[in-house]
Ligand binder design. Structure first.
Ligand code: BEZ
Ligand code: FE
Length: 283
């Protein structure tokens, strides 16, 4: 057999070049990636022109990235890859609250707020009381759970997308549970919004006949000592984009009730409990 590159033994030729002292996991990951990448090109008979198009697409994807924009994660999201990685890494016991995509709009160190406080600072939107309890898998309330929440405003934008228009920390806050595990805060009933679609990912979605919308949701990052970090959302059940979320983040169990209330201080009320997985739970 020739020692040179050929179509038939292309992946093997590349993988055989790895040195003897390569990190074992890096060896495994790269060998598998090269095998699948080469098999993909062969299966679809990738043309030279298509290869150039792909290089141009990836170049533009990189060029639009900056401190405020991560187009590669957006690409991963739009291809369902982020949700796949999330699923592989968050196989939880039955009953535990499911995770979903993190998204690019979380900002660390949001203001710590008192239970019941309002996070909607721009006066827009339909007010909603979010409330519930954090439990362990035995139904015991979890104390000292930190619930970091964020959502878009009534115009469908996060505060960081409109720093000149929205107040800083609009629709964000961190709440810490007491011994009863209860949480509550006032926000707005979220609205559906498009992911940033003025770049290469937006162009790809358009070429694929896909819309860029996400169904309305509230983001939650729940952490507590002794429990696995939970990154999730609650979704508004009557949203027209539930079945076609552009980043595939919807799970049946995360669709929360949003009830119109006539007698309360808010227009809507949404109850949702979180069931956390202990860090030592069997996988
Ligand atoms: C979000 O829900 O904030 C989000 C998730 C993925 C891509 C873009 C936005
Ligand atoms: Fe979001």
């Amino acid at each position: 057999m020739s020692k040179y590159f050929s179509e038939a033994r292309s992946a093997r030729a590349v993988n055989a070049r790895m040195g003897p002292s390569v990190n074992p996991r890096l060896r495994e990951v790269m060998a598998c990636l090269v095998e699948h990448l080469h098999a993909f090109a062969k299966e679809i008979h990738l043309t030279q022109q298509e290869w150039e198009l792909a290089i141009d697409f990836l170049t533009r994807t990189g060029q639009i990235c900056g401190d405020e924009r991560q187009e590669f994660i957006l690409l991963s999201d739009a291809l369902g890859f982020s949700m796949l990685v999330d699923a592989i890494n968050n196989r939880r016991p039955p009953g535990a609250t499911e995770s979903t995509v993190f998204g690019p709009f979380h900002v660390a160190e949001a203001p710590e707020r008192a239970m019941g406080e309002c996070i909607a600072l721009d006066g827009k939107g339909e007010s909603c009381l979010f409330h519930g309890q954090v439990f362990d898998l035995q139904g015991k309330p979890v104390e000292r759970a930190r619930i970091d929440v964020w959502s878009d405003n009534a115009d469908g934008f996060y505060d960081v997308q409109q720093p000149a228009i929205q107040p800083k920390w609009n629709n964000r806050g961190i709440f810490t549970t007491g011994p009863d595990g209860r949480y509550s805060f006032v926000g707005i009933k979220p609205v559906s919004y498009p992911i940033p679609h003025d770049g290469p990912v937006g162009q790809l979605l358009q070429r694929l006949g896909r819309h860029p919308y996400r169904p309305a949701h509230m983001h939650f990052l729940v952490t507590a000592p002794g429990f696995e970090k939970l990154v999730t959302h609650t979704f508004v059940g009557d949203d027209p984009y539930l079945a076609s979320d552009t980043v595939f983040g919807v799970k049946e169990t995360l669709i929360a009730p949003f009830d119109r209330v006539d007698d309360g201080e808010t227009i809507w009320r949404s109850a949702f409990d979180f069931l956390l997985t202990p860090t030592d739970a069997p996988r």
